[in-house]
Design a protein. Structure first.
Length: 298
């Protein structure tokens, strides 16, 4: 006799939730990142949580600038910069200006799994210390010491002054106004009001004064724009003009090389039969003078 069969539904595993997500855990031994629940479950923008998780997974020394993050994520500069500001305000991100042993000033970025100021079970977290440098000898210090004029160059850059807005478009640089007006021909969304053009004209004029061509400025302002704008186009243009470093000035044109005069061929003088240089046959300079040379003997 065959075994009895039942068509009743199987009971769910004991303790399994009846709704919501059910995790299928896998114990990872490599290529994983530990992320605090407070950061992973942070309320607000999902872009901020994604940027924080990506930075946590990167090794020390990786570039986490806005440009580097935009190459990895599909979001544009506005959302990425906003996420970095939120992480910095929450205490997860810190930017420090530190001086290297050679006197140069560099910006270092520190990322905290737990926001700064949050007490831990063993006490408050200590900020990471820069690597300890070996003290150079007197001879090495003398060779590596910058010249006296390099002190001012190595000093921290002053806070960027806000450009003074011009009164109207008539007071702005006409070349800068022409560049701003031409942007809508490249991207119809880049339509600026007169007030916005007045505010952006001084920054464009500085680029033009630095030797950048109008076509290069237009290409910079219109390249890799996001599919949708969450703010006015003037905000994106102002950010790019403010944060993008000025390119190196074009090289000066090389001085023209002086051409050597053409060497005239040798001719045989019709009078004295001596060789001389001239463009065509004839008499030499001595035979052309009054009472010139005697004709050569036969």
């Amino acid at each position: 006799m065959a075994d009895p069969q039942s068509n009743a539904r199987l009971r769910a595993d004991a303790g399994a939730p009846t709704s919501g997500v059910i995790h299928v855990r896998t114990r990872l031994t490599a290529d994983f990142t530990v992320l605090s629940n407070a950061l992973a479950q942070r309320r607000g923008s999902a872009v901020t949580v994604g940027v924080a998780a990506y930075i946590s997974s990167m090794p020390d020394g990786s570039s986490v600038t806005i440009a580097a993050l935009c190459e990895h994520f599909s979001e544009g500069e506005i959302l990425i910069s906003r996420a970095l500001r939120e992480l910095e305000a929450a205490g997860h991100l810190e930017r420090r200006r530190e001086r290297t042993p050679t006197g140069q000033v560099r910006t270092r970025t520190y990322f905290y799994d737990i926001p700064r100021g949050t007490p831990e079970p063993d006490g408050p977290p200590e900020p990471p210390r820069p690597p300890r440098q070996r003290k150079p000898s007197a001879a090495e210090a003398a060779e590596a010491a910058p010249p006296p004029t390099a002190t001012a160059e190595a000093a921290p850059a002053p806070v960027r002054e806000q450009a003074r807005e011009t009164a109207s478009l008539s007071d702005a640089d006409p070349r800068a106004v022409a560049v701003l007006a031409s942007l809508r021909h490249v991207d119809p969304r880049l339509v600026l009001s007169e007030r916005e053009a007045v505010r952006l004209a001084p920054a464009v004029a500085r680029w033009l004064a630095a030797g950048v061509e109008s076509a290069q400025v237009t290409a910079l302002l219109t390249a890799r724009l996001p599919d949708s704008f969450l703010t006015r186009p003037a905000g994106i243009l102002a950010f790019r003009l403010r944060e993008t470093p000025l390119p190196a000035p074009p090289p000066l044109p090389a001085a023209p090389i002086a051409q050597r005069p053409a060497v005239l061929p040798f001719q045989t003088c019709d009078g004295c039969e001596r060789a001389f240089r001239a463009s065509g046959p004839g008499r030499c300079r001595g035979c052309r003078r009054p009472g010139g040379r005697l004709p050569a003997a036969a």
